[in-house]
Write a protein of this length. Structure first.
Length: 287
């Protein structure tokens, strides 16, 4: 009987269904959706992952381009004129006030260190004035304000607001504008061929609204040189741009004022016995 029991136990073991016990873990570990040969991916924290086929690509809404910056500005010429005039007066007066206050404080043996704040205000005014002057000069020229200066010395009809593109206002360093204006004026004495005339036209077109450029232009080339060069060139665009630059220079005040006797020189040329010179002078600087 003992041998029969051994045989029966052995037979029960052999007849055990396949896939149970340890052998059940020998099968593939892939998900049903993956019929490739990729090996299992081991996650450091979650154990073994079963790789699956990638799904359809996810589409994202395309980024909308940013709108261009708004550069349109509206300038009230009368208000801007008063602002520029006030800033110019303040820039001159603040230095005198600083020195006066220092003298008073020193006279009573008080500390003058705090008067350095006057310098901060003066520096701020010097930083702001170029942009203000350039905006005003461009608005005056494009609205045909002629010889109106920045000092509101007389009553005139209030011009309509100027609406234009802020990006047209020059942002050059002041010294660079001075140098460019001087160079353009010097070329008036040497311009003769068509190529040099076109270069001068391009330079004037880019800078005619800049009061710093125009100031140096007027101080370097006298009116007679401008008139005779324009007459010799016979170029309408050169005449138009020269007139615009002269108008910008004539509106300057303070350190941007035209040279002494500037308007008198133009008046003499308009009264010239040479009709060609008189006509050109009238075109470049109307009475």
């Amino acid at each position: 009987m003992g041998s029969e029991m051994c045989i029966r136990e052995s037979t029960d073991t052999d007849d055990a269904p396949a896939g149970t016990g340890d052998e059940a873990t020998d099968g593939p570990l892939y998900a049903e959706s993956d019929d490739g040969d990729d090996p299992p991916v081991t996650d450091e924290f979650a154990g073994t992952e079963r790789p699956t086929k990638p799904g359809p690509p996810q589409t994202e809404d395309p980024e909308q381009p940013l709108p261009p910056p708004q550069t349109t500005v509206s300038i009230d010429i009368e208000a801007m004129t008063r602002l520029v005039a006030a800033m110019e007066r303040a820039s001159e007066q603040i230095v005198a006030l600083r020195e006066e206050l220092r003298t008073i404080l020193s006279g009573v043996h008080l500390d003058t260190a705090q008067t350095a704040r006057f310098d901060q205000v003066a520096d701020w005014i010097a930083e702001q004035l170029p942009g203000l002057r350039r905006r005003l000069a461009m608005a005056q020229d494009l609205l045909g304000e002629g010889g109106v200066g920045t000092q509101p010395a007389e009553h005139r009809p209030v011009p309509r607001p100027y609406v234009g593109d802020e990006s047209q206002v020059s942002t050059k360093p002041v010294q660079e504008s001075y140098d460019a204006g001087r160079g353009a004026a010097q070329r008036f004495a040497t311009t003769g061929d068509a190529e040099s005339t076109r270069e001068l036209v391009a330079d004037l077109r880019a800078n005619r609204h800049d009061p710093y450029y125009a100031r140096e232009f007027a101080h370097t080339a006298d009116p007679e040189t401008l008139v005779r060069t324009v007459v010799a060139a016979g170029d309408d665009e050169l005449a138009e741009l020269t007139a615009a630059t002269v108008a910008t220079a004539s509106r300057g005040t303070g350190e941007l004022a035209p040279p002494a006797g500037y308007e008198e020189q133009w008046a003499a040329l308009r009264d010239s016995d040479d009709p060609t010179v008189a006509a050109a002078a009238q075109q470049l600087r109307p009475a």
